[in-house]
Write a protein that binds this ligand. Structure first.
Ligand code: ADP
Ligand code: MG
Length: 342
């Protein structure tokens, strides 16, 4: 469906059934947008090209498929059932995520742990019945995070927890993996230009249809200026973690949803947010969570040791923005900016 109507923007309901909220936006190109609520967040998918409607419908179906497999809140999901029984065979998707998340745990020295779920429950994040757990409760749960106690069989694609009560949570990488999968679907459908925003996690395919770079505004954790800054990029995932996304307040203290596996408490260091820029959405998502847990100095060291795989933008609590060398020329901000050199 290619309609060219100059610069006029028209929104019309899409004739496709699968993507019910789909709109067709027509400016000087034919691009379509699809909105989905899944994984507890709003998602917007936009693409441009001949097969765009088919691509968006397939992408929406894939998002829903992954949500049904991975959701810890849905009692029927594969991961919820595994968390109940402690062992089982997994789908290709879950097994892949488990293997990748164990690799990220290893690489980040345990800052990222897919076994974090018992603590998420103790803090009440899954049910939103928030609660500051007793120190003794946290102490008793910490041993359940030991990824060494997760036994996997790659042939059977099965997993078994060696300690009763261990539970998996792919919340720290699910959206990054999902955006990788959407990019795959876009490419399979011959799409060369697209952008998705999965609750603040952005992933771009190619450039804009007119050949210019995508401008991605990075959410401001301090609530000050509109954006922390703007990044001009093509073909990258731009994924942010921060304590401002999901949190509760008790006795004047803010408790957020990214847990430091060493303490069992919400990560508390000089960082307000970490944005990872990478070709790989899954990696970007895992590392945004992990580097937020690490804190500024460790995160800088980690980037220096792995700088071919990603770039990073970090905002500290005193509103200084640290940007790694690989993207500093593509990034603009009105905040004080410090360059992280290789
Ligand atoms: P968001 O999902 O809000 O975009 P993140 O990607 O940082 O933000 O993921 C946070 C989620 O990751 C939490 O809601 C929880 O499910 C999970 N999580 C929290 N702490 C950790 C951790 N240390 N390692 C791995 N996953 C974590
Ligand atoms: Mg993450």
């Amino acid at each position: 469906m290619k309609l060219r109507l100059g610069l006029l923007w028209i929104l019309i309901a899409c004739i496709c059934s699968g993507c019910s909220d789909e709109k067709v936006q027509q400016n000087d190109t034919s691009s379509s947008t699809c909105e989905v609520f899944a994984m507890d967040t709003y998602m917007t998918l936009t693409a441009d090209g001949e097969n765009v409607d088919k691509a968006l419908n397939e992408a929406k179906a894939r998002i829903e498929e992954l949500d049904n497999i991975l959701s810890t809140g849905n009692e029927e999901s594969e991961i919820a059932l595994l968390n109940k029984t402690g062992s089982g065979e997994l789908s290709e998707d879950s097994f892949y995520l488990l293997e990748k998340s164990l690799e990220i745990s290893d690489k980040t020295d345990g800052a990222f742990l897919p076994t974090i779920y018992p603590l998420m429950e103790a803090w009440g994040f899954p049910t939103k019945e928030f609660n500051v757990p007793e120190e003794s409760t946290i102490e008793s749960l910490l041993p359940l995070l030991d990824v060494g106690q997760v036994e996997i069989d790659s042939d059977k694609k099965s997993v078994s927890f060696k300690k009763a009560g261990m539970k998996l949570d792919f919340g720290g990488i699910a959206k990054g993996y999902t955006s990788d999968e959407i990019m795959k679907i876009f490419k399979e459908n011959g799409i060369e230009s697209g952008i998705v925003n999965l609750g603040g996690n952005v992933h771009t395919l190619g450039t804009k249809a007119d050949g210019s770079l995508w401008k991605v505004g990075i959410q401001n954790p301090s609530g000050g200026e509109d954006y922390l800054g703007v990044l001009e990029i093509a073909d990258k995932a731009v994924i942010t973690s921060g304590g401002y996304e999901r949190y509760f307040e008790e006795d004047g203290i803010i408790y957020h949803h990214i847990i430091d596996p060493d303490t069992g408490f919400p990560a508390d260091n000089e960082l307000q947010s970490v944005t990872i820029v990478s070709d790989n959405g899954l990696l970007a998502d895992g590392l945004s969570t992990a580097l937020f847990v690490m804190g500024l100095d460790k995160a800088i060291d980690f980037w220096r040791n792995n700088n071919t795989e990603f770039d990073v933008i970090m905002m500290t609590k005193d509103n200084v923005v640290y940007v790694s060398e690989g993207i500093s020329d593509s990034f603009s901000t009105s905040y004080d900016m410090k360059l992280i050199e290789r």
